[in-house]
Design a binder for this molecule. Sequence first.
Ligand code: DAH
Length: 358
Amino acid sequence: MLDKLNEIKKAALESLSFINDQAALEVWRVANVGRSSPLMQVFAEFGKLSKEQRPVIGAAANRVKVALESALEVKAQAVKNAALAKSLEEEKLDVTLPGRIVNIGRLHPSTQQLRHVLFILAEMGFQVYTSREVETDEYNFQLLNFPPHHPARDMQDSFYIEADPSTGSGRSEDNSILMRTHTSPGQIHAMREASATNPQNPPPIRIALPGMCFRYEQITARSEIQFNQVEGLAVGEGITFADLKGTLTDFVRRMFGAGARLRFRASYFPFTEPSAEVDVECFVCGGVGCQVCKNSGWLEILGCGMVHPTVLQNGGYDPRRYTGFAFGMGPERQLMLKNKINDIRYFWGNDVRFLEQF
Ligand code: DAH
């Protein structure tokens, strides 16, 4: 019996020496000091022993039990220490490492320029009026004095959304739905809204109409299917072309610097009469002539004119009493000129290397 106890102890301690994790340790505990372990069997079979043997074997079995239990305790502590050391090693944190740089978001260059334009116009007393991007043919063309089949419509091949179901046609003369090709239809909305408040004496208007415009174009370095415009509109009694010239001269100086020179060049738009385009002296070469201004010394930046009497009428303003001026410009075009950007596709290409430069 004593030999058997020695066997048990030797085998148990040997197998314990190979253990190095918590789960295996628990298995060992059940197998070696658990209720049905060989050692506990010895205690169970005590009754079969003679009176003389009992104290001897009993004492020996107890010593084995104490030895195994204390060995288990020592091992358990060792396993725990090893696990802690391992997790400390694996989850090591180097607080001296430099932090990661957080990329700060920014406004899109078009938005920046759009806001710049609106800021200047606001200083000059123009209130922002936001109009819709989806329009009817009537507002986008007809009420702006583009009659059906007017050749000027060719300048603005449009994205039609829905043809008039009654005619089955998707084009001009009906009232199809389209993406606005310019911000000018907002003029009609704004005038109608204002004149509806007091049809006999409609109030004066001085507004800036910003927003996205859409044209059905081949996308190239020079043309995109979408772009922003900012439209200006002033309507009231006694407004003359001199007011238009003064306003735009002031605008250009605020935008391009106090010394900026500009010129008005006669042009044509169906919704203004007379119409003009404004050029600024090329700020790349100072007017001497370069690639950007194609050696002319001038850069075209906007279209303008006196609101056509028909358009005033369509807005609810009696053209015998009221006059007005309007202008329209493109923030992306201004940015391209200012920064010598030679490809308009950069604007909606979403390449951060481009966007980050603004
Ligand atoms: N709507 C014109 C365009 O998209 C721009 C324009 C020209 C607007 C003259 C105006 C204006 O208000 O008077 O090309």
